[in-house]
Design a binder for this molecule. Sequence first.
Ligand SMILES: Nc1ncnc2c1ncn2[C@@H]1O[C@H](COP(=O)(O)OP(=O)(O)OP(=O)(O)O)[C@@H](O)[C@H]1O
Length: 685
Amino acid sequence: MNLQSSITELKGIGEKTSLPFAKVGIHTVLDLLEYYPRDYEIYEEPVELTEIESGKKYAVHGFVDSVSEVKRFGKYQIFSARLRVGEQVIQATWFNVPFLRRVFQRGSQYIFRGIIAEKNGQYRMEQPEHFTLADYDKLLYVMQPRYPLTTGLTEKMVVKSVHQVIDGGQVYVPEYLPEDMRREYNLESEWDAVRQVHFPANEQVMRQARKRIVFDEFLLFILGIRRMKEQQEELVNEMPMVEVSETARLIEALPYELTNAQMRVWREIVSDMTGTKVMSRLVQGDVGSGKTILAVLALIMAGCNGYQGALMVPTEVLAKQHYQSVKELLETHHIPLRPILLTGSMTAKEKRLAREEVESGKTQIVIGTHALIQEKVIYRNLGLVVTDEQHRFGVKQREMLAEKGRMPHVLVMSATPIPRTLAIIIYGDLDISVVDEMPAHRLPIKNCVVDESYRPNAYRFMKKEVEAGHQVYIICPMVEENEELELENVTDYTEKLKGILPEFQISCLHGKMKPKEKNEIMEAFADGQIQILVSTTVIEVGINVPNATVMMVENAERFGLAQLHQLRGRVGRGRDQSYCIFMSGSKGKETKKRLEVLNQSNDGFYIASEDLKLRGPGDLFGIRQSGVLEFRMGDVFQDSRVLEQASEAAGRILEEDAELALPKHEKLKERLETAMAKGGENLSL
Ligand SMILES: Nc1ncnc2c1ncn2[C@@H]1O[C@H](COP(=O)(O)OP(=O)(O)OP(=O)(O)O)[C@@H](O)[C@H]1O
């Protein structure tokens, strides 16, 4: 067995068992090793009930006071027990495990572990785990890995397989970083890091292992983009364009005046497209800063110069929205260009027709999801691609585009607020423009952090806003690993709300809906036919309904603050005062303090960094502050220090040996080439 062997060579994994592994991208032993835990379960000391924050997981030392009989409710068999913990009592309930009933004898003592809910001094636990005192002692402070799972793939299956590889003695990950570099940056060997990140002895070891893996990710990424930059520097602009009157006319006719920042960035784009080199530019600007119009202007410029332009966005809903607004804009201003929509959910026939239009050149502006650069789409004359940072091109995509013709100009849009020093590292292959000014007449969003007791006020407030002609978003958190529950959450919520506010049109939107259905609902919301939209975070990116002025986020404590910042960017997009209500399901002071950060600032990077400071170390793992710039393990915000180190290291390597020709860089070169060939799959290269 080696790293490239199929996982079916492992004991216990046959063709059939390998299927759920394949679903999460694990085919080889190496894939398995690189399938890192998303979190760890840490068995901490049992606590006193007076110390707890309701809704969190704890271990408590409990004596069984009394146990009920097992009762049947529909498909459930339920029993409960009264547990004495110090001076307090917990009511614990178990579902569908009737055999446990006999285990809990009156007077027996166990460590019970699970989420504890507290209401008016009453404590409850559902389905807690239980351990004997001696067993728990052995587990204390052990870190059990928890992996991202999918239907058919259990924690146990992953743990067993990873153990088998690591302990089997047949597979080994050879070191590829030069020794001096490891010493300088205090890095574990890669093999140690891989082993320890799966099964760390303690938190210290886990952090050290994680650091190495994150360093590698960043280093390869940075080396990759610096190479790409070199290749790009040589790309001559084979599609030089000239300025056209249509864009100037449109800028004049817009119902608003472009901000100075927008004008400056637009000049930069024009200068690239009319220049001697191919454009590779990133436009960075906070949510709502007005990036879309810049993309549209660029598409018009390409179109009026006789080229085609493609606008590629992450979701179908967004594609549809952009398509409609571009179409309207072109018609209103009599710009003779034809836009077309191309998305995955269109029927085969619609897609074929769309592709024919693209191929014949009948259409000049193509808007869609990343179906746009798939092999089947043949452009007649592609001159510009506008994309977002999630789909910024890797080597593979660039090759694919180049094969479709000449290398088009590329414009990448980003709303991730990262400081310039980090942006230069992460977007090393791109020139950067920043839209650092909000449109005039925008009022800052008013935020408040509240708990359940405020709910009636919140609904009254919504009612007032809707009666004044505005619209409302309500966001419910995603329920990870349980799509059924997630569905129930938003649909139940919607039904309940309809009972409370029967006079309004209320609809819900969630990830399990078909794109077509989502589109219809979003359209109805944008048209004002729906007044209150209850949604999971599927609306996170880019949706623009300036008439929506209220957002309420349920269980706000479950979100990363940077994500909440992105979410609230859906309101405050017009002239009217907007409001964001963060409803916290937890009364804890810590939670409140964390959420209050959103009140202090509108600067996304500040928010993300504060969030990290306020979270406990156990919380750090597995929260992604940015939904974008996804690395397998690294997080640009959380690991900004490692990112800087990796950038420095990359600089040194290239300075000493730009071609990576020295013997000490041989293995590094191999690794880099493999990573670049994978192109974007896990390195977003
Ligand atoms: N200079 C301006 N003055 C007033 N309104 C503007 C200006 N520029 C853009 N807008 C409007 O502001 C709203 C938000 O703009 P846009 O959708 O381009 O934001 P964005 O930067 O793409 O944000 P996001 O990252 O959230 O997608 C739109 O309704 C747009 O028409």
